[in-house]
Design a protein around this ligand. Sequence first.
Ligand code: F6P
Length: 323
Amino acid sequence: MKNLAVLTSGGDASGMNAAIRAVVRTGQARGMNTWGVFQGYSGLIEGNFKRLGTRDVSNIIQRGGTILGSARCPEFRTEEGVELAIRRLRGAGIDGLVVIGGNGSQTGANALHKMGFPVVGVASTIDNDLYGSEVTIGVDTALNVALNAIDNLKVTASSHNRALMVEVMGRKCGYLALMAGIAGGAEAVVLPEIDVVPEQLAERIQDVYERGKPHAIVVVAEGAKYNAAGLCEYFEQHNLLRGYEFRSTVLGYVQRGAVPTCADRLLGTRLGSEAAEQIIAGKHGVLVGCSHGELITTPLEEVVTGEKPLPPWFLKAADMFAR
Ligand code: F6P
């Protein structure tokens, strides 16, 4: 292998730049020509490649987002799209690719692998819903952003004696909501993994009110049966609004653009470097992830079919601490 490329795909995650930098610098240290592919799989199909040297990845480790840009690319879900991408890569002399991203991105990586192109994935998504890594790039930063917001919301909720429904990202997974809820001292969490009964939730908030707390914080995962506004609406329509005044707020994309935390910079560096080492050593068709502090590789085929449950201890503990 002589020419190694890297791309970022799907939702951007803080720490992606650390991973790009690590792929490029590890590749360079092993005598590779290193390339960046711009705008994810769209750039692959369009042949939007550029040589990246060590200096091109200077001064990026502290930046959120991705210097390569990212995209969601429906065309890449077709066989023709994947074939075209491989022709573009081969045409540029590129003989290996590192794909930094989450579920959709690794499904794309697996398609390339199945068509015989050497590819290694790097586990990156704020949702932490990717099988093959206990923790993924971007989760720690997104959680810290959510926590800062929750801390602030608690202050204003207390001043006004309000219940605040805070909606966090996570697609169909409740990981961010669960962890932000526990670390933020929320009175309740609403997750896609557990069917919420609005009447029970309202009762619980009422109970918090009656115990004299000046605020109630409910962290709601965006993929739950009811979103934050939907819950407030339900309470209103069913005459369940008692005690507190209710408000809802959606954190949304602010969770994605922040300066990466130390943990995400280190995780990105570790996973990116290992992905380059793997592919250069001729081991491909795998995702590089991290479990119990150790680097692990998992076949992409397993990654795209596997399911990652929420951590059981936290799931059980959430209820006990939400008092
Ligand atoms: O997968 C990361 C994520 O931020 C999810 O939490 C969210 O549901 C989704 O991306 C939003 O996607 P888009 O950037 O395409 O709007």
